[in-house]
Design a protein around this ligand. Sequence first.
Ligand code: IMP
Length: 213
Amino acid sequence: MLTFVTTNPGKVHEAEEYLGSVEQFDFDYTEVQGEDLGTIAAHGAREAYREAGEPVIVDDSGLFVDAFDGFPGPYSSYVESHVGIERVWRLTEPEDDHGAKFRTVVAYCDGEGFDAGGADRREGAPNERTVSGASRARADSVRDGDPPVKIFEGVVPGTIVEPRGDGGFGYDPIFEHDGTTFAEMDTEEKNAVSHRGRALAKLGDWLDETGRV
Ligand code: IMP
């Protein structure tokens, strides 16, 4: 069984639809400071694999607001807890552009190498906007002897709106996609369009193809 290393049960709930039964390992791995979700997730996956000793996934996500050049992006967690999602909406409201993207990087590590592409290879979605300096930070994080990590990305476009809905978690109430906020969707509806759903679908396909889990 695959182990999802996270303190967030909402993420595990969303993952189960794609990966079947998933075990949550409530381990608070180090979130390295960086501008690239891939760097943060890959570092976390290695640390979590060393701790768990079995195949693990971690995910790192961020809200990238177009009017703020991608901010808060990798700082989304800090901004959610120190600024709050309501104020993120209030800050965005006077701007002409209310567009945003949600991105997730899911990182898989089982201590073994991969056939094609090697460590930290990305699957899909290479062109979405990120804050600058991303690839430099990612490259710097890999050291000799580190177990390889496979990376899967998902991105979804949306609009920042006044909070609506009671479901989901995090920024879901202010992130609208096709007229509905993520907090107004049930898990199945959110997964069908969401950043995490897209990344998990790629991971699920790859696990099947390689006969891993
Ligand atoms: P992390 O990847 O768990 O560190 O999440 C970064 C920030 O994005 C946190 O503030 C989360 O609450 C938020 N977040 C992560 N995934 C989602 C999502 O699917 N919907 C809304 N907010 C999310």
